[in-house]
Each structure stands twice: as C-alpha cells, then as structure tokens.
Ligand binder design. Structure first.
Ligand SMILES: C[S@@+](CC[C@H](N)C(=O)[O-])C[C@H]1O[C@@H](n2cnc3c(N)ncnc32)[C@H](O)[C@@H]1O
Length: 184
C-alpha cells in the first residue's frame, strides 16, 4: 500500500487515475454531498484531475482546486481552463476564512505525506468561512490515518457527522469514513 501520493504516482499516471472513476455507478457522490449544504464557494483540496471541482462548478458553485501534483493539475486545467487551479502543498495553503466548504475527496488525507497531514488539515480548516464545513472521505486501512487521528487534526472545528459513504450511510466502524466538521 503506498504511504503517500508520490509512491502511488510512481505506478499510476493521471490518465490511468481518471479511468478509475469510469466504472463507478455514481462518480459524483462527493459533489452530491457537498452541494447538499448549499455552498456558494468550495475549495477542492487535493483536487487531482478536477473530478469533484468540475462537477460542482457545473452546478453553479464557485470553486478553486488546489493540488501539489503538477501533472494532475494540468489534466484538470485541460478539462476546465476557465476554473481556478492552484499548485500548492495543502499545508502551505494561505487562504483564510473564504470557503463555505473545503472538501478532501478520494483519499487525499492518507495520500498527504505523514509528516504534513496535521498541517494540511489545519490549513484547510483555516480556509473555511465562519460556519463552513470541512468534508473529508478516506479509506481506513492499516498504516493509514484513523478517524481519531483526523479528528485530532481538525483543531478548532466540531465534528458534525460521520458517514460510511458519501450518500450518508450510517458509519459503523467499517473501512471507509466520510467526516464533516464545522467551523464555529
Ligand atoms: C487520490 S487523488 C484524489 C483526487 C481528487 N480529489 C479526486 O477525488 O478525484 C489524491 C490527490 O491528493 C493530492 N495530494 C497529495 N498530497 C498532497 C499535498 N500535500 N498537497 C496537495 N495535494 C496533495 C495528490 O496530488 C492527488 O491529486
């Protein structure tokens, strides 16, 4: 199991990564949950090739995508050049108080290098507008972060809900968690 995105990408190029979503019944489950909160602004943190951001923009939401992998971001930009794509490590995101939702979709949290995860989640939390939501979904695997690790990194936010899936199935301690934390 790759320990971070650099290891994963050594074996998978952006086009191959995109194909992963082709056979999925609803490739927009993340966008559905995010849009259900009625946000005007969303930061797609670790946006990759833009799957979630592009769908949210299609629904009329103002989105910014940020990612540290230039090739993934190039693929996003090629699909939607009109959107805002920023190359940055999440830990270095300097935006403050701007977004109604910051979404970490598709295992972004475990793919951040272990020594940057706490700083990355903290920077995402700082980017939230008052009352905003940090929404993250990731698999719970041996050697990957636990939900307790993640909750600990969401300092200053309150856990609002935890689901087993993006369509809000009840979380029962299984192998995937979607967590929403709220800015006070
Ligand atoms: C599995 S992909 C998910 C992409 C997209 N969110 C999606 O759901 O299709 C994980 C993404 O996290 C990004 N990533 C990993 N560590 C990062 C970091 N420290 N800062 C910014 N992006 C990071 C990778 O570059 C990659 O695009």
């Amino acid at each position: 199991m790759p320990q971070d995105w650099t290891q994963y990408r050594a074996a998978v190029d952006p086009a191959t990564y995109e194909q992963r979503w082709a056979g999925i019944e609803n490739p927009h489950g993340e966008a559905d949950l995010v849009a259900s909160y009625g946000p005007r602004t969303v930061l797609d943190a670790g946006c990759g090739t833009g799957r979630v951001a592009i769908e949210l923009a299609r629904r009329g939401i103002a989105v910014v995508g940020v990612d540290a992998d230039p090739a993934m971001l190039d693929a996003a930009r090629a699909k939607a050049p009109e959107l805002t794509w920023e190359l940055a490590d999440l830990a270095d995101v300097a935006r403050r108080g701007e977004f109604d939702v910051v979404v970490l979709a598709g295992n972004v949290v475990p793919y951040v290098a272990p020594d940057r995860r706490a700083a990355a989640v903290a920077a995402c939390a700082r980017a939230l507008a008052p009352g905003g939501r940090l929404v993250a979904g990731f698999a719970l695997r041996p050697d990957w972060p636990t939900v307790a690790d993640y909750d600990g990194w969401c300092a200053g936010l309150a856990l609002e809900a935890r689901y087993a899936t993006w369509d809000r199935a009840r979380y029962d301690g299984g192998p995937y968690a979607v967590s929403t934390h709220r800015h006070p």
